[in-house]
Design a protein around this ligand. Structure first.
Ligand code: CAA
Length: 406
């Protein structure tokens, strides 16, 4: 079954497309080259409702579904991936995490500001020695009664220099392994929060990626998300949804590169005809279009499962691994289709190729996605068809999942 798009979905898609093409595109090459943070544009995206799309209207959000969200991310990612990564993290890891697992006080205090784009959030899990092996947290949050004392260093933190809210994953009780980890909401102006160096990156150069240090930061107990020891599961749960957003980003990168290649190949002539009429180029376009369409089906399927409260962990991992590998292949071919022009900034495809690479790395590398997928298959998790009635009840979900074989 293909996800049917409603008029609201199409309107959101069009609004995101117009914003990306009219507002983001004109300065995107300069921002990327000079590492100029897109602060102004992220604020505008907040005003357009793109920074808290799935947040309930009672907390200032758009109250939309994940399908609307992936449609919008795809459009922004066709043009500016420094903006779309900030959008993805703010929507999936931060807003969804706080709304789903936070206290009412946390929701009321932080969500309206996050959803409006007044502040954006950053997600602080990775450390110098804990990337893929996320349980190996060295950052500590010592229980001091009414607060935690937070100490440690976080690496590769997207939005790290500009975020108005940090969700920090830290170890409270090492003896308990992953069950001793907590997720804490930290405000960047608290004593002991130090913003380290900004990374000079291969791609997404306008996005601000920093090392962050926490030196004896006092975090009130009421800023812990969920029960004591829930932090690792919190990280896994938000990342499972985050991976759908990154898959949509990769899809947008591939689609953007494909559209540019299609247009260029119709205009550029060689040996007396447009290069699109040479089979060597036409077949590249055919492969690009096929793999992009398959990526889109996987992305929409994962979003649909999430919207229907069905298990989307494996589907999200499949969408991410396939879409990010498609983005890498498609952008590489897009540069090839453009020939020498593809190798210069003005033609946009080299930037998309640099952006594609990180989608195979962040929010879980392709290798981590294959761990998630293979574990699910080997455990015997059922394939969930998409023609089921909408399910809200958790027990019914489990029964339906168990009743289908792979
Ligand atoms: N939902 C809920 N719980 C989950 C879960 C999920 N999706 N995945 C795992 N868990 C639970 C398990 O059930 C288990 O709990 P119990 O012991 O109670 O059963 C617990 O978490 C530990 O699970 P595992 O034993 O499977 O843990 P593991 O050590 O083998 O690691 C992993 C699993 C999937 C490899 C995980 O470590 C992982 O996802 N690593 C990658 C981390 C990552 O994505 N980092 C990205 C950084 S953030 C980022 O990039 C943001 C940015 O700025 C762009």
């Amino acid at each position: 079954m293909i996800v049917e798009l409603t008029e609201e979905h199409l309107a959101v898609q069009q609004a995101a497309r117009d914003f990306a093409q009219n507002e983001l595109k004109p300065g995107v090459i300069e921002r990327d080259s000079k590492m100029i943070h897109p602060t102004k544009y992220l604020r505008q995206m907040g005003e357009l409702g793109l920074m808290g799309m799935m947040v309930s209207p009672k907390y200032g959000g758009g109250g939309m579904d994940s399908i609307a969200y992936v449609l919008a991310i795809e459009e922004i990612s066709k043009v500016d991936n420094s903006c779309s990564v900030a959008m993805s993290i703010n929507n999936s890891l931060i807003c969804w995490g706080i709304e789903t697992f936070g206290t009412e006080e946390q929701r009321q205090k932080y969500l309206p500001r996050l959803a409006s784009g007044e502040i954006i959030g950053c997600f602080c899990l990775s450390e110098p020695e804990a990337g893929s092996d996320a349980t190996m947290q060295r950052t500590t949050a010592i229980d001091m009664g009414d607060h935690y004392l937070l100490n440690g260093t976080k690496n590769w933190i997207t939005n790290g220099g500009t975020a108005g809210l940090h969700i920090v994953i830290a170890q409270t009780d090492e003896g308990k392994g992953h069950r001793g980890i907590n997720a804490l909401i930290v405000e960047p102006d608290w004593d002991g929060v130090v913003i380290g160096a900004k990374e000079d990156k291969m791609g997404l150069r306008a996005s601000d990626t920093h090392t962050l240090m926490y030196n004896d930061v006092k975090v009130p107990k009421h800023n812990r998300i969920g029960e004591d020891g829930f932090g690792f599961k919190f990280a896994m749960k938000v990342l499972a949804g985050g991976r759908i957003g990154i898959a949509a980003q990769a899809l947008g990168i591939a689609q953007g590169a494909f559209e540019l290649s299609l247009a260029y190949s119709k205009e550029r002539e060689a040996f007396g005809k447009p290069i699109s009429k040479h089979q060597a180029i036409a077949f590249k376009l055919a492969d690009m279009a096929t793999e992009i369409e398959a990526s889109r089906l996987l992305v929409h399927r994962a979003a649909w499962l999430k919207d229907n409260h069905l298990d989307y962990v494996r589907a999200g991992a499949m969408a991410k691994v396939f879409a990010s590998e498609t983005a890498m292949k498609t952008t590489t071919e897009a540069v090839q289709v453009h020939g020498g022009y593809g190798f210069v900034k003005e033609y946009h495809v080299e930037r998309l190729m640099r952006a594609a690479k990180i989608t195979q790395i962040y929010e879980g590398t392709s290798e981590i996605q294959r761990i998630v997928i293979s574990r699910s298959i080997l455990k015997g998790d059922a394939y969930i068809p998409m023609n089921l009635p909408t399910i809200d009840d958790n027990d019914a979900e489990v029964n339906i999942m168990q009743s289908f074989e792979l």
